[in-house]
Design a protein around this ligand. Structure first.
Ligand SMILES: Cc1cc2nc3c(=O)[nH]c(=O)nc-3n(C[C@H](O)[C@H](O)[C@H](O)COP(=O)(O)OP(=O)(O)OC[C@H]3O[C@@H](n4cnc5c(N)ncnc54)[C@H](O)[C@@H]3O)c2cc1C
Length: 327
């Protein structure tokens, strides 16, 4: 076994913040195990992005360049990655716990007959490695350890770990791998990618999230949350009730069956605080709840609670933040 391998998910050379957080914790793991910190870049014409990973601490970058990997598919990425892992035999592979990582990691673990710890928020180094992850919608924590000596597969929750300290000028060793993929063996082909224009920061990466629930009463009313989010540089999330009403698209849902967010500040507007919603946001550093029902469950997890009509409070907050931030 040799190496701590980071799956360096990227889109057109842009890495999500979580990749740098994985490289930060990956460095600690590598030093602890006395092994190399490695990253794998997959896609088409991706080698030039390896420098970014080197400067974030990677000692070695494996590059798997293939037109068949130009767009993500489970088969293509899993098969190519399993070949690399079987050859290099890393001790551990870290994936981001985002849409791609949640799809890819279990496929890889299954093919390798390896164990997986998902949505890890902390790693404990004493008495063997243990991986801490929330369970029961965030009500409890499991501390997971691996019993076999196979490669450990782990997905990492965004914003749970410190990002790597930049090391300007650090050049990683580059190792090119052939994917050996055969187009006929892929069960999915991406024919077209339709991009949605949104200037907003991605929900799981945002430092501030402003979310609305059924209390917003309509899709149009989300405009006041957009205005507040614009002033704060925040992402806009929603409860499942708001998504089910068709007021927001499903990718903005926060909760057990939506996205898990851990921003510094989460502002919940017209959200009651059902356990399934809390599962997606209770690890936020500061929670502000605006709800006209003083008995709402959300106040039990809120650091600051405002018992009021959100349609009165939110515009005032927007104006006050605007003034304060302009000073
Ligand atoms: C298997 C399963 C998975 C689920 N997954 C998720 C999930 O991922 N995410 C999720 O969010 N939910 C999820 N749910 C649904 C969850 O149980 C709740 O039904 C949902 O979170 C409720 O959304 P809400 O708080 O917006 O609506 P409600 O519970 O209806 O609450 C609306 C709140 O708005 C307040 N309000 C109304 N008007 C105003 C006003 N003018 N000013 C201020 N406050 C006002 C009310 O007092 C109330 O507290 C799941 C449920 C199940 C069974």
């Amino acid at each position: 076994m040799a190496g701590v391998l980071i799956f360096a998910d990227q889109k057109e050379g842009k890495f999500r913040k979580v990749i740098f957080e994985m490289l930060g914790e990956g460095r600690k793991l590598a030093d602890h195990l006395g092994e190399e910190l490695q990253a794998v870049l997959m896609g088409q014409n991706v080698e030039e992005y390896a420098t970014v990973l080197g400067e974030a601490g990677a000692d070695k970058v494996f590059v798997i360049d293939d037109p068949l990997l130009a767009n993500y598919t489970t088969d293509g990425f899993a098969n190519a990655l399993v070949k690399l892992i079987s050859t290099e035999n890393p001790s551990i592979v870290l994936f981001p716990n985002n849409a791609v990582g949640k799809d890819l990691a279990p496929a890889v673990a299954q093919k390798l007959n390896a164990g997986q710890a998902s949505d890890v928020i902390a790693i404990e180094y004493d008495n063997g490695l243990r991986f801490k992850r929330p369970i029961y919608a965030g009500k409890a924590f499991a501390h997971v350890s691996f019993t076999s000596n196979r490669t450990m597969i782990v997905t990492i929750r965004p914003k749970a770990f410190e990002a790597a300290t930049p090391q300007p000028g650090k050049q990683p060793a580059i190792v090119r791998y052939a994917s050996e993929l055969d187009a006929s063996s892929l069960r999915q082909i991406v024919k077209d990618v339709v991009r949605k224009a949104s200037g907003r920061v991605e929900l799981t990466e945002a430092d501030i999230v402003v979310s609305g629930g059924r209390g917003m009463k309509s899709a149009e009313n989300f405009k006041i949350l957009e205005e507040l989010a614009d002033v704060l540089g925040a992402a806009v999330g929603a409860s499942r009730a708001a998504v089910d009403e068709g007021w927001r698209e499903p990718q903005y849902q926060v909760g057990q069956t939506g996205k898990v967010v851990s921003p510094t500040l989460y502002i919940a507007c017209g959200i009651s605080g059902a356990i399934q919603h809390l599962a997606g946001m209770s690890s936020s550093k500061y929670i502000v709840a605006i709800n006209k029902d003083p008995e709402a469950e959300i106040f039990k997890v809120a650091d600051y609670g405002i018992v009021a009509d959100l349609f009165e409070v939110v515009p005032v907050l927007t104006e006050e933040f605007k003034k304060a931030l302009a000073e």
